[in-house]
Design a protein. Sequence first.
Length: 257
Amino acid sequence: MKLVLALLAFSALASPALAWERGRPASVTFTHGFGGQCNGCDLSGRSMDGARLAGGSFNGANLSGSRLRRSEVSGSTFAGADFSRSELTGSEISGSNFASALFQGACLERVEATGVNFSGANLAATTVGGAEFVGANFAAASLMGERGERTVFSGSNLARADLSRSALPGADFGGANLAGARLSEANLERADFSGANLSRVRAPGARLARARLNEANIAAADLSGAQGLTQDQINDACGDAATRLPNGLVVRTCRRR
């Protein structure tokens, strides 16, 4: 395993490189942090609160069950890494690449995640209350069973993402791209979809009471099985002849640009 350390300081370990090779201490205290390469390394189950893992490469690393609360994990690449059951509460992860990473059961509450790449990642059953995923990429990602209130996805790409059975009441999807997303049985009450692209979404059983649809595009969307929709909400959106709505509701046609 190749490990290149930059500005690394372990307060409790006299020989950092040797310690990484020989064992996995349960608790690691960082006075600065480290970057470089740790591809495929095993960091599972470690307590690394306050760590700085910025600007490094951790592709395929195992961080399952690790604790990284209030840490800086920005500008790094974690493609295919395992963060299942990990805790990153209050951490800064902006600009990092988590493509195809595993986050099942992880806690991402109050993370700052501007411009993060989660494409193809598995975030099933994660908790994301208060998290800010501004301009993030969730293309084809699984967010099944994800839950949290006041979560921000504004300007993010959620095309073909699966949000089935998620519970994200009051979430901000303003200007987001959800084209082809699956919202089956999701709780999205009071969510803000202003200016969002909801074309071709499928939402059987989705709860959309008091959701804002100002200037939302629901062309070819199937909302026929959605719950809580009213004509007043639909009046703020636009669609086309392929849009499917609950009985009695109609949508105006989107203007071509």
